[in-house]
Design a protein around this ligand. Structure first.
Ligand code: NCD
Ligand code: ZN
Length: 346
């Protein structure tokens, strides 16, 4: 048995409408808070849109579950510094998300060149709003497996140098180079790590055939990268913390000639991390990674309630309902070694 302070998810996609209603309970039963990504269609680019999205999340929430959505603005070439300041004083927006235009799902309204967001970044640095970065270049000549590494050299190193007081989360790091960059960067630079990047390497994409449900962005990397992520997540370095990047897509949009990027893991998020930490012989570090470092990084109080995992095997179903459609969860039809004990939040 493993009892932890209730964790938070620092990177999550909840979608909207009926899809939101389908996936939200999975997160709310495990996590006290989650940073909810703004890549809706249209994107959440203003404080007012974020307020309305937050209200929709709260009204989709089952009444027995307490859960606090932490909102984030979608940065565009045109985000005015005044919107950043308004976000900071809203009290419910914790960050602004940088999507390089074209890098991932619903990123076409993203940033086309970094200079365009310098005024917004200056306002973020001044006000303390966190920059959350999807760290991949989009240049078509760059190999898809190198896009994160090249982003560090071409973009991120410069941003961090130019804005030394800016708090930056390098989201869903996937490479040894990203781990090294975060370790060596100045204080105020952190990173989230997903369960799939701790558990799988890129062989999982081609295990006996092409596996669309193992496809996410940034794409899975080599074993040497996975090892570096395990080492970072299970170390005592406060910069690495939990962010599932659970990203549901309807089954038919993934099992498709041009399948969408995103892995749905909210049904078993903490259990999957527990497996990864157990395999590394570091279950004792899960509490810090899942329940302490993210809150400390964002300057928010740690949670006080607890959750309990038991070491008991279970099998996620082949699919869960997703509005009128269905989603195939991570490990569908296969076993997971840990199970959360159901209890309502106190
Ligand atoms: C995310 C999504 O589907 O919204 N997909 C993914 O593969 N991670 C977008 C993102 O975080 O890149
Ligand atoms: Zn994401």
């Amino acid at each position: 048995m493993l009892t932890l302070t209730r964790p938070d998810d620092w990177h999550l996609h909840l979608r909207d409408g009926a899809h939101l209603a389908s996936v939200l309970p999975f997160t709310a039963r495990q996590f006290a808070r989650a940073v909810v990504m703004p890549n809706l269609k249209p994107p959440v680019t203003t404080v007012e849109l974020a307020r309305a999205y937050r209200d929709r999340i709260l009204s989709s929430l089952p009444s027995n579950l307490g859960f606090e959505p932490l909102m984030t603005l979608y940065l565009t070439d045109k985000t005015p510094p005044s919107e950043i300041r308004a976000a900071r004083s809203s009290g419910f927006i914790v960050g602004a998300k940088l999507y390089p235009a074209g890098a991932t799902t619903h990123s076409d309204a993203g940033v086309t060149s970094m200079e365009k967001v310098f005024p917004a970044l200056e306002a973020m640095e001044e006000s303390g709003l966190v920059l959350q970065v999807h760290g991949e270049v989009t240049a078509p000549e760059v190999d898809v497996f190198d896009r994160e590494r090249v982003f560090i050299d071409r973009v991120l190193a410069d941003v961090v140098r130019r804005f030394p007081e800016l708090k930056v989360v390098f989201e869903h790091v996937t490479t040894r180079e990203a781990v090294e960059f975060v370790r060596a960067a100045h204080e105020g630079v952190g990173a989230t790590v997903t369960p799939q990047h701790l558990l799988l390497n890129r062989n999982a994409l081609f295990q006996g055939g092409i596996r669309p449900h193992h496809y996410c962005l940034p794409v899975l990397k080599r074993e040497r990268d996975r090892e570096a992520l395990i080492e970072a997540a299970t170390s005592d370095n406060p910069r690495f913390f939990l962010g599932t990047d659970s990203a549901p897509h309807a089954r038919h949009t993934k099992e498709n000639a041009c399948g969408c990027a995103g892995i749905f893991s909210a049904h078993a998020a903490l259990e999957l991390y527990a497996e990864a930490f157990e395999q590394a012989g570091r279950l004792d570090r899960l509490q810090a990674f899942a329940s302490e470092r993210g809150a400390d990084f964002y300057g928010l109080p740690r949670n006080t309630s607890k959750i309990t995992l038991v070491r008991e095997t279970w099998t996620p179903p082949a699919a869960y309902p997703f509005g009128e459609e269905e989603i195939v969860p991570f490990r569908a039809g296969e076993t997971i070694a840990w199970r959360l004990i159901e209890e309502s939040q106190t």
